[in-house]
Design a protein around this ligand. Structure first.
Ligand code: SF4
Length: 458
């Protein structure tokens, strides 16, 4: 067992017994569950909409090279600059180079999971650049020194009282502020940063190939400010974020908002196709888009797993997953948690190290059922397990146990050997860890053959 896997098991054991954590998560997910059906009403045929979205992403990924080149060609024509980064480190180095060139000391940043993936904030801090999260949930997490807990709702595990206490500890505010008052405090702090920042960094929900633009979806307007106020705007986006056409947003925007937060449409939806043009009054003077691979092409090269790149990061599969709801987002110790995280993390960060995440599933299929773009999530989890076994990443004990099980299952005479008590003794000894949190395996006193004969052959 790797250290990462052992830590995962230890943390899961603690978290799943934490009733306060469970109560907060259940409260927040119940609110999500109550509102999502309202968003779904806007689709006359929801299944068709999801299938169309899946087909569009299929087309985008099957022609990814052409889509990205088309994006670069059009975006560059309007004065934007495209940087291709094969690894996280390359992306970080490029960002640092731009910051040095612009003499940047402060960055305002909107929510972006890919920047979490490459640990951008830590890197900037080490290089004496202040990076301020401007999304309220991310701002809360940054104040607390924690990574996002959820891909859509970074502070989902905190109650309003937790946030009030955090602000009191870190910012010296009274400890009984209401959510509205807390928001005003954050807003006041952040406005100062927008003015100071030389560079703004955002992610992109979609890269739009035909018009050479990026689309950002948000509820607070902070991404719009982060991209428009500083003189330089850097976008960092995974290569899989591509949509072939601006027309696809008519489907993807409502789909993302419905499955992400239950809204019919998110409050701010922005398309940016380059820096400020000579006839325009606002916007950044320079705009860069960093297209990052960081092992995504490993997934692209795998025909079975490629489907996981269709993900639009709506977070619905996390909210539906019984494992996520019990162990929480931080336990995964990975940027992407929940079912989709368990699928892609082993390919992004190493199958041997992270294969255990693919076993952290009941395979109930609820994730597949709720996925906005109909990714066969539970089948991909099984595929990951298969790939881990094929690659030889299983212990000798496990291999032996399955061999014995196969042998016995294929031979009735072996199944009939020994009585129930003996089988219980042997099996419970082999699966030592099994009954730590469960009842012991308990074989029937009689074999199947004996029971059959008693019933039908009297
Ligand atoms: S896998 Fe599907 S449900 Fe999960 S975050 Fe991605 S799009 Fe949403």
């Amino acid at each position: 067992m790797t250290e990462t896997s052992a830590n995962f098991k230890a943390k899961s054991t603690i978290k799943s017994a934490d009733l306060e954590h469970r109560q907060k998560i259940n409260f927040n997910i119940a609110r999500y569950n109550a509102i999502v059906p309202q968003g779904k009403h806007q689709f006359t045929d929801l299944t068709l909409a999801r299938e169309r979205a899946k087909n569009t992403k299929w087309r985008a990924l099957e022609t990814l090279d052409q889509q990205l080149e088309q994006f670069e060609k059009t975006f560059t024509k309007r004065g934007g600059k495209v940087i291709w980064a094969e690894t996280g480190q390359q992306a970080l180095d490029e960002i640092l180079n731009i910051c040095k060139e612009k003499n940047c000391h402060t960055i305002v940043k909107s929510k972006s999971m890919v920047t979490e993936e490459i640990h951008l904030n830590d890197f900037l801090t080490k290089n004496n650049i202040e990076s301020v999260e401007t999304d309220l949930g991310e701002y809360i997490q940054q104040l607390d020194g924690e990574a996002p807990y959820h891909i859509v709702t970074p502070a989902m595990h905190k109650s309003k009282e937790d946030v009030a206490k955090l602000f009191a500890d870190k910012l010296g505010t009274p400890s009984n502020l209401t959510p509205e008052e807390l928001t005003l405090v954050a807003r006041q702090k952040l406005r100062e940063k927008y003015v100071q920042a030389q560079v703004g960094i955002t992610g992109a929900n979609f890269i739009i190939s035909d018009i050479g633009g990026i689309a950002i979806t948000e509820n607070e307007g902070n991404a719009r400010l982060s991209s428009a106020w500083p003189k330089t705007h850097i976008v960092i986006a995974g290569i899989e974020k591509v949509l072939p056409s601006i027309n696809d947003l008519a489907l993807f925007w409502p789909l993302l908002s419905t499955y992400g937060t239950g809204q019919k449409i998110t409050v701010y939806n922005t398309i940016i196709s380059g820096p400020k043009q000579p006839n325009e009054t606002d916007g950044p003077e320079d705009m860069y888009v960093i297209l990052i691979d960081n092992n995504r092409t490993n997934i692209l090269a795998n025909p079975k797993q490629r489907e996981s790149l269709y993900c639009i990061r709506c977070g619905a599969c996390l909210n539906a997953c019984p494992v996520y709801k019990n162990i929480g987002g931080h336990t995964y110790a990975a940027t992407y948690s929940g079912p989709i995280g368990s699928i892609i993390t082993p390919h992004l960060s190493g199958l041997q190290e992270y294969k255990h995440l693919s076993y952290a599933s009941s395979l109930c299929g609820n994730c597949t059922e709720v996925c906005a773009v109909k990714i066969n999530l539970h089948e991909l989890l099984l595929e990951n397990r298969n790939e881990a076994v094929e690659a030889g990443y299983i212990s000798f004990g496990e291999k032996l146990a399955w061999k014995m099980w196969k042998r016995a299952s294929l031979k009735r005479s072996m199944m009939n050997m020994g009585n129930g008590k003996l089988k219980n003794k042997i099996v419970n000894k082999i699966f030592k860890g099994w009954h730590k949190h469960r009842a012991e395996l308990n074989f029937s006193d009689k074999t199947f053959n004996e029971m059959w004969n008693e019933r039908y052959k009297k």
